[in-house]
Write a protein that binds this ligand. Structure first.
Ligand SMILES: [Zn+2]
Length: 265
């Protein structure tokens, strides 16, 4: 039941994340009613229900029959899935400390999804989202340190040294890739987000994050090349793999805390 609630919450948030990506691009306000990008017609609330409206309308605008992008239901569905997983791994109804931790991860996951979709569509990193993630990490760190000292709450997801070393590792790794390839393989935006991924995951989890990121990225690129959709030279946005690698790492470490021991030794 709780998982279903998290899934539905994720669908709704996913729908909102689509709006954030779209309006970040237009530098528009986040609030206000959505409009069809083809005919600028206002979208009714009953045509704006995550996942279901897309299916009911058969991917077309009610007013002008213009196509609605697959991006919308896909982002909604995966946000729902990730939220349900977060509910499964972090939420405990009987434990107040888990409320904060769950909320923290839901926000981080949401922001990573925004970065993912934005880079996928526009091959750019919205720097505003970088600062928001950094702010969330700092607020979380302050709250967790404070609650550990004053309330004896035990939230094990943070130790500042591990996170800083992780952040430096992520930053250094991507900095070298960009610097030595002269931006041929990756851009400076990837360096920023590599730094964030390291801060989020900490040391040594960032190693698993990077391993997953490059495995997924390489698999995906090879698949595209073998389908002849891209050549070796064409640029592929990299943040999506980094975001997926980071999110997966958080769940994998939660399920198998000693997975890194097996990889390293
Ligand atoms: Zn329309």
């Amino acid at each position: 039941m709780i998982l279903l609630i998290f899934f539905i919450l994720g669908l709704i948030i996913g729908s909102f994340l689509n709006v954030i990506v779209y309006r970040l691009r237009l530098a528009d306000t986040i609030l206000g009613r959505s409009r069809c990008p083809h005919c600028a017609d206002q979208i009714h609330w009953y045509d704006n229900i995550p996942l279901f409206s897309f299916i009911l309308l058969r991917a077309k605008c009610r007013a002008c029959k213009g196509e609605i992008s697959w991006q919308y239901p896909v982002v909604e569905f995966f946000t729902g899935l990730i939220f349900a997983l977060a509910g499964r791994y972090f939420f405990n109804f009987m434990d107040f400390a888990s409320f904060w931790e769950t909320g923290f991860y839901l926000i981080i996951f949401s922001l990573l999804i925004v970065l993912l979709v934005y880079d996928w569509q526009y091959m750019e990193v919205p720097i505003l989202i970088f600062w928001v993630i950094l702010a969330v990490l700092i607020v979380n760190f302050i709250f967790v340190s404070f609650s550990e000292i004053n309330m004896g709450l035990d939230i094990k997801n943070l130790s500042i040294v591990s996170n800083l070393i992780g952040g430096f590792t992520g930053w250094f790794f991507f900095f070298c890739l960009v610097f030595f390839s002269k931006e041929k393989w990756m851009g400076w935006g990837d360096v920023y987000i590599g730094f964030l991924a390291g801060l989020i995951l900490g040391w040594p989890n960032i190693l698993l994050g990077l391993l997953l990121t490059f495995t997924i990225g390489a698999t995906f690129s090879l698949a595209l090349i073998s389908l002849k959709k891209r050549t070796m030279k064409s640029q592929i946005p990299f943040i999506p793999f980094l975001a997926i690698g980071t999110i997966l790492t958080i769940f994998i470490i939660r399920e198998f805390p000693f997975v890194l021991d097996y990889i390293i030794y």
